[in-house]
Design a protein around this ligand. Structure first.
Ligand code: LLP
Length: 426
């Protein structure tokens, strides 16, 4: 479900024609729908309501401060992985008491700032990090809460770069070593180790890996409890899918149907860290066709957006549905599936202007014939889109726009050439 729909052969975001925004703000541009963000947040909340979860929106997916402010107003907490993300959350008015902080490489300064702010949990990724946290908290004489991130060695069946719950990855502590961690550090005066954290990968498009990981975590929690440790929360991390291809990802209620029965009556506060499932299809990327050309047997469509704006296709071979924002009747009712099977389409490679052959947004994609000046929509770009963008090839980053009903707000202006050199010494 999202609020990007074609009406009279033209793509709208909520009540606003996308072409109008592109005309006013220029391209490339990211456009987000507030109603879609809210819908996804509230669907997760409703699906898991029996367990009254703390939902900590994962900032890394889409971290514009205006979006964080909205999320906070709807009651969301936040999952952060750096001092910079915590800074954003606090600037956005997010409550530190609803912040969880993961990441294998927390620096001393970042730890101090998070203690100072009074975050809910440090999601601890190693014995060495825990020792350091104990040293800093003791030095500051501040009590903090920790969740030990365990690595359950479960295969989330996703891209190898976004698999985190398998043993050979750098994340968490092997579940077999978990008890030793609690025995060594679990009775500390300042760091209260009272929760378990899991995050197995992203996206996890089936429920089975969650079930396997939770079952392992529950056995571990019962062992800890029988050894006298108090464990009162379980953080399941993120990973719920988004709809890149229609019908591909389960919705929140499907995940909940598998997960809630396992956790009912366990005396565990549930924490969730969804990122992609909230912002993924709440955002699109609009780019303009600059040129078309032939190369051998291939038809190239060269656009003004590139891998510096949206790196997911080149980095993960990720699929993003692409379609013109204005279409003729013949192409108006397309479903977001690949391959699209309609007469008159051409097999096309959509590429950017960066000097690398890896710079593409789509390969072997069936598209209506397009012309210079036409605008294309890259769907499901609201998660890990702008957030992973860069200025590579000295390309100023795109603008970001938030639509709420008929209101349009530029939430990040397009960068200028001066922005490119702003931090450089002259
Ligand atoms: N919690 C932790 C500890 C995480 O590491 C992540 C994502 C999340 C929550 C949120 O996961 P989500 O609900 O968004 O799946 N750049 C990649 C995805 C990397 C995910 C990293 N961790 C992509 O574009 O697919």
């Amino acid at each position: 479900m999202d609020h990007f729909q074609y009406k009279n052969n033209e793509l709208y975001c909520e009540e606003v024609p996308v072409g109008q925004i592109a005309g006013q703000v220029g391209t490339p541009v990211y456009i987000y729908s507030a109603a879609t963000l809210k819908h996804h947040f509230q669907s997760i909340q409703a699906a898991f309501s029996e367990l009254d979860p703390l939902i900590c929106y994962s900032v890394k997916g889409c971290s514009n401060i205006n979006i964080l402010r909205q999320m906070s107003q709807w009651g969301s907490g936040f999952d952060v992985v750096s001092g910079g993300e915590l800074f954003r959350v606090l600037k956005a008015g997010g409550g530190a008491d609803k912040v969880v902080y993961a990441g294998v490489g927390k620096t001393d300064d970042e730890i101090r700032a998070a203690i100072e702010a009074g975050i809910a949990y440090f999601n601890i990724e190693s014995e060495a990090e825990l020792e350091n946290l104990i040293d800093i908290a003791t030095d500051m004489k501040r009590e903090v809460h920790g969740a030990l991130r365990i690595n359950p060695d479960v295969d989330p069946e996703t891209h190898r770069y976004t698999t985190t719950g398998k043993k050979e990855t750098k994340f968490g502590v092997d579940i077999e070593r978990g008890m030793a961690v609690f025995e060594t550090y679990g009775r500390n005066e300042y760091v209260k180790l009272t929760a378990i954290h899991l995050h197995i990968g992203s996206p996890v498009n089936s429920t089975e890996p969650y079930v396997q990981a939770i079952e392992k975590a529950l056995v571990f929690i019962e062992t800890l409890r029988s050894s006298g440790f108090t464990i009162d929360a379980l953080d399941l991390g993120g990973g719920f899918g988004a709809d890149y291809v229609t019908g591909q990802a389960p919705n929140a209620s499907v995940y909940a149907a598998a997960i809630v029965p396992l956790l009912r009556g366990r005396g565990l506060k549930l924490i969730l860290e969804p990122g992609r499932s909230i912002s993924g299809n709440a955002g699109v990327f609009i780019t303009e066709v600059l040129y078309t050309k032939r190369g051998g047997e291939k038809e190239f469509v060269i656009v003004d957006g590139a891998m510096n704006d949206l790196i997911r296709p080149m980095l993960y071979d990720a699929f993003h549905f692409i379609w013109p924002i204005k279409v003729t009747d013949a192409f108006a009712t397309v479903k977001r599936t690949d391959p699209v099977d309609l007469p008159g389409l051409k097999k096309t490679e959509v590429v950017g202007g960066i000097c690398e052959s890896s710079d593409y947004l789509a390969k072997d994609r069936m598209l209506p014939p397009v012309q210079r000046g036409e605008k294309l929509c890259v769907f499901t770009a609201g998660a890990y889109g702008f957030a992973m963008s860069s200025q590579y090839n000295s390309r100023p980053r795109a603008a970001e726009v938030l639509v709420d009903g008929s209101e349009v707000q530029v939430i990040r202006r397009r960068e200028t050439y001066d922005d490119l050199i702003e931090a450089e010494t002259m």
